[in-house]
Design a protein. Structure first.
Length: 455
């Protein structure tokens, strides 16, 4: 009986849910094949051409991600997170199974569709913890859940590099190993406690008025009254949610946040395209069938350095509200230069170095942007802005893919593609450098006026 009592006490403790979520986050992100996906698909196991991979298979991920993002976001809240996490692990297993048992282009396109579902379902992973823990545990639990994902990606990259470099496993055996890890993640997802509340559809705010009214004062009087009434039942209708979202969007995208969000959407679009197609570029510069490749090691190094860069932002004493947009312009310019370097140098080590630099710069900038946007926003509004910015980035990315990559568009080769991506970041750099210089000039022109008033 004492053992049962302790077990029940442990299950109700915040560490139980956090530990299980971290176990799931780790095993679902250890993907030793991912850094070598293009060599695997173009090698003797699948025998697909570079044109099929680049112009027919990889673009499906973007289309899938955009298509399912909004439905998955709504289902995540309606089903209260856990079922969507289980569904994510199932989709990841199906993706891995397709890589093992199928070879055709349509089958690989189906795999990319499921990968889009997996990516869209990340919202459930990152939101789950806030529905089962007290507010005072948010910071620590968020740190654990995000850190363990980075650890999983890094372990997967290092493990894949070791298995490939020392010829310990074939690509097909690595796929089987990945399926085992995915199955462990699925078991962990099934053991997660079921949340009793969610952000919109299953609210439980009996003390909403005691929280300063910030969660209620969001819309017209009718909406406020509807929310108060729904708090007694714990459910809110879709119409009321849309009214809240509309009011929140107007408040969130003030002039202060608008340009940061524009950068977020544009840079994330370019970043996703680069990361999604960089292996094709590497294989073009140094064909994997003819030489040793170090994709896994490069991914591991880029992950660790990106994490260190993002972590270091928290210790900088910079007035980002003044210098931030100029910094975005300058860092975007460096990112553009690194992409041009990768495109035209024709050396695999230059490509690797340019990729690491590009990824670190993006992680540095997105950390600054997230901090600036989040300042002054509630948790719910931060999640809303994150979702809208991600959706805007996907819309831009879909346009870019359909025009530049897809066979129904220009169907460009990999070098012209990366020329477009580098030019895209050059445009971002120019726009935000000019914007940053304007903000600095505005600050300096206002200073004499302030001094006159004080005098």
């Amino acid at each position: 009986m004492e053992l049962v009592r302790r077990w029940r006490s442990w299950k109700s403790d915040w560490r139980y849910a956090t530990a299980l979520l971290c176990v799931y986050g780790f095993f679902s992100t250890v993907k030793p094949l991912e850094p070598f996906l293009i060599p695997f698909l173009s090698g003797p196991d699948k025998n697909l051409t570079t044109e099929q991979i680049n112009n027919e298979i990889l673009p499906v991920w973007t289309y899938s991600y955009l298509t399912v993002l909004v439905p998955v976001f709504l289902l995540t809240d309606w089903l209260r997170y856990k079922p969507v996490i289980i569904f994510q692990s199932a989709a990841l297993f199906v993706l891995t199974a397709l890589l093992y048992w199928t070879k055709s282009v349509p089958a690989m396109q189906a795999g990319q569709f499921f990968y889009g579902v997996v990516t869209a379902s990340d919202v459930a992973y990152f939101s789950y913890i806030y529905s089962v823990l007290e507010v005072k545990r948010y910071k620590k639990a968020t740190s654990y859940s995000r850190s363990v994902q980075l650890l999983g990606y890094t372990v997967g990259a290092v493990l894949g590099q070791l298995l490939v470099s020392f010829d310990l496993m074939s690509y097909m055996n690595i796929v089987v190993f990945t399926m085992v890890l995915t199955a462990l993640a699925m078991v962990a997802s099934c053991l997660l406690p079921m949340p009793k509340k969610s952000m919109f559809f299953h609210t439980t705010r009996p003390n909403a008025q005691e929280d300063g009214g910030q969660d209620i004062d969001r819309g017209s009087t009718g909406v406020v009254q509807d929310v108060k009434e729904s708090n007694s039942t714990g459910r809110v209708s879709l119409g009321k949610i849309l009214c809240l979202v509309k009011k929140d969007l107007a408040d969130c995208y003030s002039s202060r946040n608008l340009f940061w969000s524009i950068w977020w959407a544009m840079a994330t679009c370019g970043y996703n395209q680069t990361v999604n197609f960089v292996q094709v570029l590497w294989d073009h510069v140094e064909p994997s069938q003819n030489s040793s490749i170090y994709n896994g090691g490069v991914e591991a190094v880029s992950n660790l350095l990106s994490a260190a860069t993002a972590y270091g932002v928290g210790f900088t004493k910079v007035r980002w509200e003044r210098w931030g947009e100029l910094a975005l312009g300058g860092f975007s310019g460096l990112g553009s230069a690194s992409l041009f370097l990768m495109t035209f140098i024709g050396n695999i080590w230059a490509c690797y170095a340019g990729y690491v630099l590009f990824k670190c710069l993006y992680m540095l900038q997105i950390t600054i942007a997230m901090f600036q946007i989040a300042a002054g926003l509630s948790l719910e509004r931060h999640a809303l802005v994150f979702g809208v910015n991600t959706f805007a980035a996907l819309v831009l990315q879909t346009i870019l893919v359909s025009v530049v990559v897809d066979t129904n568009g220009l169907g460009l080769g990999i070098l012209p593609q990366f020329t477009v991506y580098a030019s895209f970041f050059a445009v971002i750099a120019m726009v935000f450098t000019l914007r940053g210089l304007y903000i600095i000039w505005t600050y300096r022109s206002e200073r004499p006026n302030i001094q006159e008033i004080r005098f």
